[in-house]
Ligand binder design. Structure first.
Ligand code: DOR
Length: 430
């Protein structure tokens, strides 16, 4: 593995608040040096002027579908899509088939990832057996097998007693519990956000209160147990406010928001477009703006894609029948760079939310360009315009609301463990 010199980029390292034009030299899988005019001897030189050079992105929330639903995605294609989006590491949710609720499945995912994925893969194990919300999984054994967190994502743990015990036990293994906060009795079969658009379209609504009520419950349980609660895909103004207040009183809570909840509203469903169907749903403009404000003021710590691949024939069903979810790895950077262009986030703070904060939440390496750190690095051209065509991407799936859109900001290079694994000119290199 030859050394790499990234020359003349805008180096953004939130871990040290560094934001300056410099070279980055990578050797033996580590950040060897940062400075001006670094020697290029023996190194592969990448001209990075005009680009951001940042620690690789870390995705707290994705669905890689393996084992069991490889017709939608697998760890190899998901991992390729991740690095094409600048993610050097991705956490994958447990709603596979079988569910990742026992160490053998966690082991399988890690083994597959080691051989097939250019991105690091961090399995999130189920909090309850079969995601049924009834019986807790063997948390210690799952952590020993390599799980990084616990979640019934895709399903909600409705039983407050079970959630209490999940949180209590999570403290013993020092891992966060990630909540998919949608009270099922309030969702009540809703398939899009409840509001004027759902009324106009005649589709059953999923109200914001379904999320708010559940986030409130989980925050109270986190406060009671002292456990680390992580709120997945926050989508409502109410949830942002509840998290902000809980944080103020010292509750151990972190939270993420997805690019689609920052960029789109329920208006995207206007012609029954199933690519705009997601759980939790795209919401009102007030919710969208509250999510952006929450991300800016630090109430929401991280941007997480909720990359959720589905096959084309599934998304061709009627709106009410189609599965929720959209792919997100390859569009996340461009879609969220809008917050930088609008002046809401500085480039450094944008990187913090895509890399440093999620790495910290999972207590995994990455998120830093400090000398001696593991060399997971992304090079992004923030100005490059491109037309996104999912068919030319690396995921097996094409269910993106941004298909055919012109996006601004392109990942040029992704480096994992000191090796170039994605180059926009050459594709994925394994
Ligand atoms: O839209 C979603 N899709 N939300 C989820 O929570 C699950 C995910 C999936 O697995 O498809």
């Amino acid at each position: 593995m030859s050394p790499i010199l990234l020359r003349g980029g805008r180096v953004l390292d939130p871990s040290s608040d560094r934001d300056e034009v410099a070279d980055v030299r990578i050797e033996h899988g580590r950040i060897a040096a940062i400075g001006r005019g670094l020697p290029s001897e023996g190194a592969e030189v990448i001209e990075a002027s005009g680009c951001y050079v940042a620690p690789g992105f870390v995705d707290l929330h994705s669905h890689l579908r393996e084992p069991g639903q490889e017709y939608k995605e697998d760890i190899s294609t998901g991992g390729r899509s991740a690095v094409a989006g600048g993610f050097s590491a991705v956490a994958c949710m447990a709603n596979t088939q079988p569910v990742n609720d026992d160490p053998a499945t966690t082991d399988f995912i890690l083994d597959r990832a080691k051989h097939d994925s250019p991105a690091r893969v961090y399995p999130v194990a189920a909090a309850t057996k079969g995601l049924r919300g009834e019986v807790m999984t063997e948390m210690a054994a799952l952590i020993e097998a390599g799980a990084v967190a616990f979640s019934d994502d895709g399903k909600t743990i409705m039983d407050s007693g079970v959630m209490r015990h999940v949180l209590e036990y999570s403290r013993l293994v020092s891992a966060p519990v990630i909540t998919h906060a949608e009270d099922r009795t309030l969702v009540a079969g809703g398939v899009m956000h409840e509001g004027v658009v759902s009324t106009r379209l005649g589709l059953p609504g999923n109200p914001a209160i379904a999320e708010d009520v559940h986030v409130a419950r989980d925050l109270m349980l986190a406060e009671f147990t002292g456990a680390h609660l992580h709120v997945a895909h926050v989508s409502t103004k109410g949830a942002v406010e509840l998290i902000r207040r809980a944080r103020d009183r010292g509750v151990h809570v972190t939270a993420e928001v997805a690019p689609h909840h920052l960029a789109l509203t329920d208006e995207a469903v206007c012609d029954y477009d199933t690519h705009a169907k997601v759980a939790p749903p795209l919401r009102s403009e007030a919710d969208r703006l509250a999510c952006r404000a929450g991300l800016v003021d630090g109430t929401l710590d991280a941007i997480a894609t909720d990359h959720a691949p589905h096959a084309q024939h599934e998304k061709e069903l009627d709106f009410a029948e189609a599965p929720p979810g959209m792919i997100g790895f390859e569009t996340a950077a461009a879609v969220t760079l809008d917050l930088v262009r609008s002046g809401e986030l500085s480039p450094l703070e944008w990187v913090r939310r895509l890399s440093t904060n999620p790495a910290r939440i999972l207590a995994r390496p990455g998120g830093s360009l400090a000398t001696g750190e593991v060399a997971d690095v992304v090079v992004i051209d923030p100005e490059q315009m491109w037309i996104y065509d999912p068919a030319k991407g690396f995921s097996k799936a094409r269910n993106s609301p941004w298909a055919g859109c012109t996006l601004t900001g392109r990942v040029r290079i992704t480096i994992v463990d000191g090796r170039i694994v994605f180059d926009v000119e050459r594709g994925v290199l394994l």
